[in-house]
Design a protein around this ligand. Sequence first.
Ligand code: GRF
Length: 202
Amino acid sequence: MLLEKIKLSLMEKLTGLKKIKTAVFISGTGSNLKNLIKFSKIKKAPISIDLIASNTQLAKGLKYADQFKIKKKIFNFKNFKDAEKNLLTLLTKEKIKFICLAGFMKILSKNFIKKFNGKIINIHPSLLPKYKGLNTHTRAINNKDEFAGCTVHYVTAKLDSGKTILQKKIKITARDNPFTLAKKVLEQEHKIYPAAIMRIFN
Ligand code: GRF
C-alpha cells in the first residue's frame, strides 16, 4: 500500500495527472462498470476510467462507453493468445496502469497477469474463499448458508484466489432465492468496489 502511494505521488509529479489510468473489463450488464465510472468522476477518486474492454459485443455494459465517452474495444477470445496480445498492445498504447475486472467471463493467462502484476483486481459475488467460480448464490442457498456476500480481491493466476482487499457479508433469509440474493449482493458490490479502490490507493 505504501509502495502504491509512493508510485502514485511520483506519477502525479511526472505526468501532472492526478488519476491512474484504468481499464475495466466486462462481459455482461456492466452495473459495476457504470458504478466505477461514476465513482471515478468524484474528485477524491484515485482512478479515471479510460478504456472499456470486452470479450463480446453482446455485453450490455458497452453502452456506457458511448454514454460516458470512453474508448471501448472488443477482443475475440476464440484465439486467446492473439486476444491477449492485442489487448496488451492497446493497454500499453493507452498508458493503462490499473485494471478492474467487473463481470469479465474470461480467465486471463499467467503471462498477462504477470505483465500487470498486482495491478488487476476483481469483484466476486461470494465470501471468498467460499464459492470460487460460477453460480455462487445457488450454491450458498443450497448449502443452507447463513451468509452470502461479495469480495474484491487481487487477481492472480489461480482463479478467484488472490489476496482479499474488501469483503461484505449479508444475511441470507428464508425467503431468498438466487435472484433476490444476487440483487442484494450486487447492491453491496456497488459499495465495496469503489471502497476497495480507495483502500488500495489511500
Ligand atoms: C457481478 O455479480 C460480479 O460480482 C460478477 O459478475 C456480476 C457482474 O455484474 N463477477 P455487472 O455486469 O457488473 O452488472
